[in-house]
Design a protein around this ligand. Structure first.
Ligand SMILES: *[C@@H]1O[C@H](CO)[C@@H](O)[C@H](O)[C@H]1NC(C)=O
Ligand SMILES: *[C@@H]1O[C@H](CO)[C@@H](O)[C@H](O)[C@H]1NC(C)=O
Ligand SMILES: *[C@@H]1O[C@H](CO)[C@@H](O)[C@H](O)[C@H]1NC(C)=O
Ligand SMILES: *[C@@H]1O[C@H](CO)[C@@H](O)[C@H](O)[C@H]1NC(C)=O
Ligand SMILES: [Zn+2]
Length: 270
């Protein structure tokens, strides 16, 4: 853990703590489908954590851009198995947000099941980065009043999009790129773009194309929280009493992380 990372971390912590829970609840539950700050673009990546997430974060960083990752607890992979890469994205300044635990259509679930999907995900994200996400994206972009009510009760906003690269719809890289350039040609005030981190073409072809296209057209590539003028994270819930056995005296894999990070050793998704 470098000093810069620690300072960044302390800064996030201070800004999260400065806001009371009541202040957060008063303005949450909103459905966001557009950025608010003019000439911003938020590239978002769903369905991780998965194998290309660090490549995506590194490419964004190379161009001075930030992205937002809507990750699941247990879709293609168990989130705890990707704890290191999620932390890496977080420490690079990308935003970590919730995409539910198992990727169901939340609009088909009752309130307690929606709550369970979001709580498990938020707790896992807290275990990994020390904070809870202030933004969630419902799988398939599907929500109803129950979903927005649960999000609001949790202090979260619901994020949709105003541009879909359709990488999920078997489009080739070239076809997704054409969709980006056609959309930019309409001179939108802002861009909130749906992508999926699970596709090689998205990570290695469409992403660099989209970044260059958007920057050439004067857009600033920022996180969702930044593009709507909000804060990315909610304060952590106090930890439950530890029930893990003490770590062995040697070979602590995360021994250098600050105490604020909970230890994810021994955590599983089953
Ligand atoms: C919301 O959830 C409740 C149960 O928790 C259910 O009875 C109701 O039909 C749901 N509303 C919608 C619009 O699905
Ligand atoms: C909500 O749905 C779950 C899963 O379908 C079910 O097990 C549970 O009994 C339901 N709870 C209520 C209060 O209807
Ligand atoms: C897509 O492919 C066509 C044909 O090769 C090419 O002319 C076009 O420039 C490509 N579009 C993009 C956005 O890369
Ligand atoms: C991913 O895409 C890159 C270039 O776009 C290619 O070189 C690589 O072989 C691809 N990897 C897989 C696993 O398909
Ligand atoms: Zn999804």
């Amino acid at each position: 853990m470098k000093v810069a990372s620690l300072l960044f971390f302390a800064g996030v912590f201070a800004s999260v703590q400065a806001e009371t829970v009541n202040e957060v609840l008063r303005r949450s539950g909103v459905v966001i489908s557009e950025c608010k700050l003019p000439k911003t673009a938020a590239l978002t990546f769903d369905d991780g954590p998965n194998q290309y997430n660090v490549d995506i974060g590194t490419t964004l960083r190379k161009y001075g851009a930030k992205g937002t990752f809507f990750i699941c607890g247990n879709l293609y992979h168990c989130i705890y198995d990707y704890a290191d890469s999620v932390r890496k994205l977080f420490l690079q300044g990308h935003q970590i947000a919730s995409h539910s635990w198992s990727h169901p259509d939340l609009a088909k679930l009752n309130v307690s099941a929606i709550t369970a999907e979001l709580e498990k995900t938020d707790q896992a994200i807290q275990d990994i980065i020390g904070f809870r996400p202030a933004y969630m994206r419902p799988p398939y972009g599907s929500y109803n009043d129950n979903v927005t009510a649960v999000a609001k009760a949790r202090g979260q906003d619901v994020v949709i999009w105003n541009f879909d690269s359709q990488d999920w719809n078997s489009l080739t890289a070239n076809q997704s790129e054409t969709r980006y350039s056609d959309f930019v040609a309409t001179k939108p005030n802002t861009v909130l773009a749906l992508n999926h981190e699970t596709y090689n073409t998205t990570a290695h072809e469409v992403l660099p194309y989209a970044i260059k296209l958007l920057q050439k057209n004067g857009y600033r590539l920022v996180t969702v929280a930044e593009c709507v003028g909000g804060k990315p994270y909610l304060p952590p819930k106090p930890p439950k009493p530890p029930h893990l056995p003490p770590p062995p005296p040697h070979s602590p894999p995360h021994g250098h992380l600050p105490r604020h990070f909970l230890d994810v050793r021994g955590k599983t998704c089953s």
